[in-house]
Design a binder for this molecule. Structure first.
Ligand code: NAD
Ligand code: MG
Length: 298
């Protein structure tokens, strides 16, 4: 029998043989070009009906953590809309094919998250193509390292905040009128929210903002029966990293500093999103679920 996410294995050994070499790709990067390939759970995620009939919008659903989450949601029975940049069409088309194999409705909605008008139409299009909305996963993100604050341009600072923070605000605000009690909003933050790297000042600042936004909004929406939570990944093998998310010399050692001694794979994040989206987490709100190989967080 092949392994699925319920198979007990030594987590320090799982994926430990996946060792990338230096590689650079232009932003936003493609899963198709990642060497070795990331595990999105294509072969391993087994659904058990935990999201049957739910309707989910996932930004950055073409690759990495968002794609693994999309695959898991579809196999748990949810209809799924994915947002991504037009230049990521190859990745999006592959993921959409995997989602369709699960027998659910799939909507592909490309556009630029830095654009408020796109974010609003994204929600409208997801609602009309899926026939409603109960799960919003704000996951699309920009991470470009800069050694010095003097190299961090106003344009990059603005882009990082627009992509990571403003889009979350625009999309969540537009989604609210559609979300019935029982709905879930899940934001993707990062270990960087607590332990900012010297070269990721703009990015880490957006991730701390996402944590605060999540906790404040969770308090605001809990009385309406809408739960808001976050997932905080550690070092995960996705196209974000070799497309200037990290300097090249960090790619080979990526994740070695964690207690588990290795980087994580997107497939290891998906169950966290499934838990926070499902009815099982009915008493969980304003929480940040850290999936980071064991690094201590506040
Ligand atoms: P990824 O590159 O696979 O996903 C990021 C996605 O963001 C892209 O696929 C792209 O579709 C989307 N995106 C970026 N800019 C956009 C724009 N202007 N308009 C529309 N879409 C845009 O990488 P990932 O690592 O899976 O990233 C997903 C989330 O996880 C991000 O929020 C990232 O900050 C977070 N995260 C990643 C790590 C990691 O180590 N990989 C660690 C902590 C947090
Ligand atoms: Mg992508």
């Amino acid at each position: 029998m092949s392994r699925d996410q319920y198979t007990f294995v030594n987590p320090a050994e799982l994926y430990a043989d996946i060792k990338p070499e230096k590689q650079h790709m232009p932003e936003p990067g493609l899963d198709a070009d990642l060497t070795p390939k990331a595990d999105l759970g294509e072969e391993s995620y087994r659904g058990t009906g935990r999201l049957a009939g739910r309707k989910a919008l996932i930004t950055g659903g073409d690759s990495g953590i968002g794609a693994a989450t999309a695959i898991a949601f579809a196999r748990e029975g949810a209809d799924v809309a994915i947002s991504y940049l037009p230049e990521e069409e190859t990745d999006a088309e592959r993921i959409a094919g995997i989602l369709r194999e699960a027998g659910v409705t799939v909507a592909k909605l490309p556009g630029d998250l830095r654009d408020a008008a796109y974010c609003r139409s994204l929600v409208d299009d997801a609602v009309s193509q899926l026939g409603g909305l109960d799960i919003v996963v704000n996951n699309g993100g920009k991470q470009v390292y800069q050694e010095s604050l003097t190299d961090l341009t106003d344009e990059q600072f603005d882009d990082t905040f627009k992509t990571n923070v403003y889009a979350m605000f625009w999309i969540t605000k537009a989604a609210l009128p559609h979300l019935a009690p029982g709905s879930a909003i899940i934001n993707t933050t990062s270990i960087q929210a607590y332990s900012p790297a010297a070269i990721l000042v703009d990015y880490a600042s957006t991730k701390a903002t996402i944590n605060a936004f999540t906790k404040g909004l969770a308090a605001q929406l809990a009385p309406q029966g809408i739960r808001v939570n976050a997932v905080a990944p550690g070092p995960i093998w996705t196209p974000l990293q070799p497309s200037d998310g990290q300097p090249q010399e960090k790619i080979e050692e990526f994740g070695a500093e964690t207690p588990l001694g290795r980087m994580g794979q997107p497939a290891e994040l998906a169950p966290a999103y499934v838990f926070l989206a499902s009815a099982e987490s009915s008493y969980v709100a304003g929480e940040t679920l850290n999936v980071n190989g064991g690094m201590p967080t506040p």
